[in-house]
Design a protein around this ligand. Structure first.
Ligand code: A2P
Length: 269
């Protein structure tokens, strides 16, 4: 019997939906995206993550993955690194359309619009796969109801790791979102280890003031209505958090909204 026939698949544990992969795209040898079907009962808010993975040896092997897709989209999409000896991603990188992935039934997370006090400009700071939750937020209409302007700053090592660059660039022409996004979503990619128009870490670009000069915006200030979300490596989150707090930003949470929120880009293996 074909190993992929339903009868041959291990049963999906009750905490998960078993969904079929519909599309896989490899950006580089370190980075890929995939899409899968979405159960009608799986509801989430832009910015959240869920436990995602595979059945391995009869057991679920899962990690936290932010949804790249917007809540209104029919399918679910994720962005993942590939680590050759990583327990999950060494396997996940080989998935193909038709394979079954596990989707945890309970999405959660802190990168939520409601965890921030009302403001004027929403700054989304990502490194690497930390871009994922922001891809959902920049395609969520509520983001544009709450903010006059949205800045998406993404830093990666090499140019091909600027995933979704074309999709982001095309949003002003999007059939439903275009009018909302046009002139209000500012995309600011930067690259640290290759030649690129904007080179350097986001932290350095803030310190030097270059990002503000390039975008024609005043320096970050919570009092002028700037709000921020951070999603990157532990080191990036720590450095940027310190910089924001030195500028008067206060961390928000579900119980007490603030002027910034932070989540680490989880999967490193
Ligand atoms: P760098 O190339 O200077 O290390 P990674 O692929 O390791 O997750 O890194 C993604 C991006 O995050 C890289 O461009 C990397 O820059 C950058 N980065 C790493 N550490 C920090 C930090 N502490 N603050 C800001 N950016 C960082």
């Amino acid at each position: 019997m074909d190993a992929l026939t339903p009868a041959a698949r291990p049963a999906v544990p009750p905490a998960f939906f078993g969904e079929a992969v519909t599309w896989v795209h490899h950006w580089t040898d370190r980075l890929f995206s995939f899409r899968c079907t979405r159960d009608a009962a799986f509801r989430f808010t832009a910015g959240q993550f869920a436990m995602i993975g595979l059945m391995v040896g009869g057991k679920p092997l899962v990690r936290a993955y932010s949804m790249v897709s917007a809540p209104w989209e029919e399918e679910l999409e994720f962005l993942s690194i590939k680590v050759q000896d990583g327990p999950l991603t060494s396997r996940l990188q080989h998935i193909r359309p038709g394979d079954v992935v596990l989707i945890g039934r309970k999405p959660t997370g802190t990168l939520l619009l409601e965890n921030l006090l009302p403001g004027r400009t929403l700054w989304l700071f990502a490194t690497g796969t930390g871009l994922a939750p922001f891809m959902s937020l920049i395609r969520e209409p509520e983001t544009y109801e709450r903010y006059e302007r949205v800045v998406l700053a993404h830093t990666v090592r090499e140019v091909p790791e600027l995933a979704y660059r074309e999709l982001i660039g095309g949003l002003p022409d999007h059939e439903f979102l275009g009018e909302m996004v046009r002139g209000r979503l500012l995309y600011y990619p930067s690259v640290t280890r290759q030649a690129f128009p904007v080179q350097g870490r986001i932290t350095a670009l803030i310190e030097s003031g270059r990002i503000f000069a390039d975008l024609g915006l005043p320096p970050l200030s919570p009092a002028s209505g700037d709000r921020a979300m951070l999603c990157g490596s532990e080191a990036m989150n720590a450095d940027l958090r310190a910089m924001l707090e030195a500028r008067g930003f206060v961390e928000g949470s579900n119980s007490s909204p603030g002027t910034y929120v932070l989540e680490k880009a989880f999967v490193t293996k």
